[in-house]
Design a protein around this ligand. Structure first.
Ligand SMILES: Cc1ncc(COP(=O)(O)O)c(C=O)c1O
Length: 335
């Protein structure tokens, strides 16, 4: 296990790995039989788990001759993959265009512009099949500019491979190979199912639990095989309006559904009780851990790993802002 503090990196993106794993205390003290650890992905250079895939998708494409300095890349992202790609665009002199929902937290949009990304804002209320929707806009642009490079984080299994090669082995080593459950939110599914593939190869007994927001299609599809009509939700980075290739259901043992209120409440608890200031998807992950623990018999000392994907600094004007909660009709009292 390298000591990152002693390492000197050639490129910023080389530092996108070996994030700390930290034991949780007060947020899980109702469950003395469980040891819960959170992987602090916001310590990556651009502030999220997505730096790992930014590096892998771009370096692999360059190595295979699919991309070269001076080219333009385009991706749809809730903001974090965009930051990882913007870092790679600087490293390889690429132009970086990002399709992003106009409701994305302002701090994320400002940060993207600061590192040179060009933003194409889309209306999040458009249905997924609309040519200008978040899911389709990139394809609409690619019709006009087929020469653009599209990493396609939602359907390109190199996303999952990045986590198979880094996140999974890190968790395995940091946990000394003793893991009962891995619990994480799924957006593209790359983090959880890529890491899960590696971890299940080491120990088939490890159970993998996904967390999906109410309004996304993954939960119902996993439970019933049916595609429900998607509806809006406020947890950035998680869920989707349609099925995508990178959510590899074969590596998921169960799915827990989370509401906006539950995710936000648990993100705030994580900040107050552990001083871990993370985003709403991390609150969703912690909620997933707590509801898993509530469902388990109390007879054995479970070791659980979860992933805190990005920093709460990006959401100070949203989920950590009481006026915003009122504006969105979010009441945390009865959660
Ligand atoms: C904040 C945040 N959390 C969680 C995720 C989910 O990670 P993955 O796409 O690997 O499933 C994302 C993905 O964009 C994200 O931005």
């Amino acid at each position: 296990m390298p000591n990152n503090n002693l390492r000197v990196f050639e490129y910023l993106s080389d530092a996108a790995e070996w994030t700390p794993l930290v034991k949780l205390h007060k947020t899980v003290n109702k469950f003395p039989h469980a040891d819960v650890f959170g992987k602090l992905e916001f310590t990556n250079p651009m502030g999220s788990v997505k730096d790992r895939i930014g590096r892998h998708l771009i370096r692999k494409a360059i190595a295979e001759g699919r991309l070269k300095p001076g080219d333009t890349l385009i991706e749809n992202s809730s903001g974090n993959t965009a930051m990882g790609l913007a870092m790679m665009a600087v490293e390889y002199d690429l132009k970086c265009k990002i399709v992003v929902r106009s409701t994305t937290a302002k701090a994320k949009l400002d940060a993207l512009r600061a590192v040179g990304a060009e933003l194409i804002l889309v209306d999040p209320s458009l249905p997924p099949e609309h040519p200008d929707s978040y899911n389709r806009k990139v394809y609409t642009i690619l019709k006009q500019y087929p020469e653009y490079f599209f990493p396609d984080q939602h359907n390109n299994l190199d996303n999952n491979e990045a986590h198979y090669l880094t996140t999974g082995p890190e968790i395995w080593q940091q946990m000394s190979g003793k893991i009962d459950y891995v619990v994480a939110g799924i957006g593209t599914g790359g983090t959880l199912t890529g890491a899960a593939k590696y971890l299940k190869e080491q120990d088939t007994g490890i159970k993998v639990i996904a967390v999906d927001p109410v309004g996304s299609v993954f939960y119902d599809y996993f439970k019933t095989g049916k595609l429900v009509k998607p509806s809006g939700y406020l947890i950035e980075g998680l869920g989707d309006e349609e099925l995508i290739k990178c959510v590899e259901f074969a590596y998921i043992d169960d799915i827990i559904q989370v509401t906006n209120e539950q995710a936000i409440k648990y993100a705030r608890l994580l900040a107050k009780q552990e001083a871990i200031l993370a985003g709403g998807s991390s609150g969703a992950a912690l909620y997933g851990v707590v509801s898993l623990l509530e469902s388990l018999p109390l007879h054995k000392p479970y070791r659980i790993v979860t992933v805190f994907s990005d920093s709460g600094n990006r959401y100070l004007s949203t989920i950590y802002n009481d006026d915003w909660l009122v504006e969105k009709g979010i009441d945390l009292q009865n959660v």
